[in-house]
Design a protein around this ligand. Structure first.
Ligand code: XMP
Length: 319
């Protein structure tokens, strides 16, 4: 795409002009925005960029390995893998309120990012994958009354606190343009087309108290579900799909034994921007096959339900 080719060159020129020979740090989540921003910055300033990948222990199966592997090995990008799962899961122990979970995770995220960023001597810039809609949203919300249904965590306020200047190379772009730029930069299509994943991760897909046991079960069930969706060629038709593990055990039978295991809910929605959403109309065959696979392949789950709530009145996530 010639337009994105030109944009890329221009963006690189601007980054070099802004940053000079100074160092830049960047929080890499593995999501499309931060990934595209990181690769673009790396192209512009090479090893002056260091990324920090905060692993809060609430990621999906193999997610940390895949993200770290891709950026370190494939892009040769200086990357700190901050494995802080013990810290996050420790602080979340016994916490069941959704907003309290978000606050704890958001605060720890900033603490951890800051701790690692401080190890990078002479860093003067913080890079963020802020998009144009984020810019507009923060402007239109300021001043007027705003109703916050769920607090979304980001690193707002952090640059000032750390005395860093902001670099936001995607500030003029919409989501589809960021994807096009990612494509232009050679990011794999599977990466660019990934469903959005919330900052608090699996914490909000584990309603009620989070335990390591539930997280382990949830990861396995989610992996089977996404595998089913990909095998049936449905992944790109869906905005987001995931499993939530429910805070209830139910009775089942398996062979000639009684089971007493967790129930889970499958979620899949179509949406344009996440603000409203419709549940995805899977066939009964697909749902039945997926339920059978999850129950057979995931120890700890003996009941599978499908969530047919649209947004509004539901939200996409369960918390
Ligand atoms: P809801 O559940 O509010 O989700 O319908 C709308 C979109 O936002 C994502 N989401 C979050 N993302 N931090 C995030 O970074 C959060 O706390 C959070 N809560 C929801 C959700 O995955 C969906 O894409």
């Amino acid at each position: 795409d010639w337009t994105m080719g030109a944009y890329r060159e221009e963006a690189i020129r601007k980054i070099r002009e802004q940053v000079g020979d100074k160092k830049v740090i960047c929080a890499l989540s593995g999501g499309v925005d931060s990934s595209v921003a990181a690769v673009l910055l790396h192209e512009a300033i090479g090893d002056q960029l260091t990324c920090v990948f905060v692993d809060h222990g609430l990621l999906r199966q193999n997610e940390a390995e895949e993200v770290v592997g891709m950026f370190r090995e494939h892009y040769n990008l200086p990357l700190i893998h901050a494995d802080e799962s013990e810290l996050f899961l420790g602080e979340l122990d016994g916490v069941s309120d959704p907003e309290t979970k978000r606050k704890i995770i958001g605060k720890l995220f900033i603490d951890v990012f800051q701790k690692y960023a401080n190890t990078i001597e002479g860093a003067e810039f913080l890079a963020q994958g802020t998009l144009y809609p984020d810019v507009i949203e923060s402007v239109s919300f300021s001043g007027g009354p705003s109703v916050t249904i769920k607090s979304h965590h980001n690193v707002g306020g952090l640059p000032e606190k750390m005395g860093l200047k902001l670099v936001e190379p995607l500030r003029e772009l919409f989501k589809d343009e960021v994807r096009a730029l990612g494509h232009e930069l050679g990011l794999p299509a599977s990466f660019i087309g990934r469903h959005p994943f919330p900052g608090p991760g699996l914490a909000i897909r584990c309603p009620g108290e989070i335990t390591r046991e539930k997280l382990e079960i949830l990861r396995k069930a989610d992996a089977v579900y996404i595998d089913q969706i990909r095998k049936h060629g449905l992944y790109d038709e869906i905005w987001q799909a995931f499993v939530a593990i429910l805070p209830v055990r139910t009775v089942g039978v398996m062979g000639d034994g009684r089971t007493y295991d967790f129930a889970c809910a499958l979620r899949a929605v179509t949406s344009v921007d996440g603000m409203t959403a419709d549940y995805y109309p899977f066939s009964h065959e697909f749902l039945g096959e997926t339920a059978t696979r999850i129950i057979n392949e995931v120890k700890g789950i003996n009941r599978v339900t499908y969530d047919v709530t649209s947004k509004p009145p539901g939200t996409i996530e369960w918390e």
